[in-house]
Design a protein around this ligand. Structure first.
Ligand SMILES: Cc1cc2nc3c(=O)[nH]c(=O)nc-3n(C[C@H](O)[C@H](O)[C@H](O)COP(=O)(O)O)c2cc1C
Length: 398
């Protein structure tokens, strides 16, 4: 390792799939992921979580998260997907202000689970070098027996760029050009037996080589959740999973996004699977779920929602903290969609209702529902014991 003939990289941008794409499917007609389990209150931006912080906000702590992961694994969830953050969104609920980093979360879950795939989320824009992530990822992949994968995000929050010493958030096309080179170099490092010299515009590497190589062949599975044109194009050229959260969030919007992803990937001679970010309130009955949703809405965390929505469009560093209106300038519907699920597809109701909503997503071509739960201690067992059997009846789970 590292002593052979050095290869000169001649590809710097995707599509680039040395050895082909890995098989990103687990064989389930609809795959289910436990999402955002690693950060304080996950996808819930509501002061309601303060009613029982250990339960609704701090489930990411050990050993609570260990219990959740073991349970999800035993109940047949396909993947855990982390929410990657370096600073949260504040407010009274301290939304996402604490959480496990991508490497600790994946390595720890590797040792407490058997079958679950483990997706780390890494911000390429915050100054990592592809050598770091290729090496750390390969090691977790080896420890987990080939279950590690990577959600490559380019970084959105200007205040987080500042934490890493960058006073400006680079424009989207630049962030995705960086991500493109980053991923190309990682693919060389994961698949090439010989050391590689790589002289890109954003990354350079001389004699780059990692050992061990990842256990999954030809390389770990990659996902991306870019929604801009540059982000979506990058996802279809370089990733295996495209994660979607279309702004209006109707089933027809998911259908359109699925169609667009497949068409764009095919144009690059590739295939991608499509995931949807979802937020679930699972209760025994629809009425109970509606009551819980109404409670969460009535306690929506204005300051956290305002900060989050500004971070996403890159204006929080401008310190324009004037308060636009009671809906943080988003309109009531969008404001509540951020509060309850960070704009993800809402799965509220009894186990049967939740299963029916999942069937709706599958019918428009979604392959994977990445679900953040309001109350995972209650909802994860309900998913396994009551939702999965209905999905089985529907032919959506084997
Ligand atoms: C399902 C999903 C998961 C995401 N997870 C993260 C994350 O963990 N960390 C993060 O910084 N951004 C995350 N994002 C934001 C995206 O990476 C991306 O920046 C955002 O969708 C805006 O798209 P754009 O970068 O193309 O403008 C996620 C988005 C979606 C839809």
């Amino acid at each position: 390792m590292g002593r052979g003939r050095t290869i000169e990289a001649d590809v710097f941008r995707g599509p680039f799939d040395p050895g082909g794409q890995p098989d990103a499917s687990t064989g389930q007609p609809l795959e289910i992921s436990l999402f955002a389990w690693n950060v304080r209150s996950g996808l819930s931006a509501t002061r309601a979580v303060l009613a029982d912080e250990a339960r609704y906000a701090d489930y990411w702590r050990w050993p609570s998260a260990e219990g959740l992961l073991r349970q999800a694994d035993a109940l047949g969830f396909d993947h855990q997907v982390q929410y990657g953050m370096w600073g949260g969104y504040g407010g009274a609920s301290r939304w996402n202000d604490e959480g496990l980093d991508f490497a600790t979360a994946a390595a720890a879950s590797a040792v407490v689970t058997r079958n679950l795939n483990l997706f780390s989320t890494v911000h390429v824009g915050y100054g990592f070098h592809p050598m770091h992530i290729a090496k750390i990822g390969a090691c977790i992949d080896v420890v987990s027996g080939g279950r590690w994968g990577l959600n490559v995000v380019s970084g959105a929050n200007p205040d987080d760029f500042r934490k890493f010493g960058m006073t400006e958030r680079p424009p989207g096309p630049v962030r995705y050009a960086m991500a493109d080179e980053f991923v190309t170099l990682m693919k060389y490092l994961w698949t090439c037996d010989d050391p590689v010299d790589f002289e890109g515009e954003h990354y350079r590497c001389y004699g780059g080589s990692i050992g061990p190589k990842p256990a999954r062949k030809p390389r770990p599975v990659l996902m991306n959740a870019g929604q801009s044109d540059a982000g979506f194009d990058f996802a279809c050229r370089q990733a295996d999973w495209v994660f979607a959260a279309p702004p209006r969030g109707r089933l027809e919007d998911y259908a359109a996004m699925v169609g667009k992803a497949h068409a764009l990937a095919a144009r690059y001679g590739r295939r991608v699977r499509v995931g949807a970010m979802c937020y679930a309130i699972v209760e025994e009955t629809d009425d109970e779920a509606a009551r819980t949703a109404a409670w969460l809405e009535s306690e929506a965390d204005y300051d956290a929602i305002l900060y989050y929505s500004r971070a996403m469009i890159g204006t929080n560093s401008a310190m324009d903290m004037s308060e636009p209106d009671e809906w943080a300038g988003l309109g009531r519907e969008q404001y509540l969609k951020v509060a309850l699920g960070m704009t993800g597809y809402q799965l509220f109701g009894s186990p049967r209702t939740v299963a029916e909503k999942l069937r709706g997503l599958r019918e428009v071509g979604v392959d994977n529902a990445a679900i953040g739960f309001f109350d995972p201690r209650k909802a994860v067992p309900l998913m396994g014991e009551k939702v999965m059997p209905v999905l089985k009846e529907m032919g959506l789970r084997i």
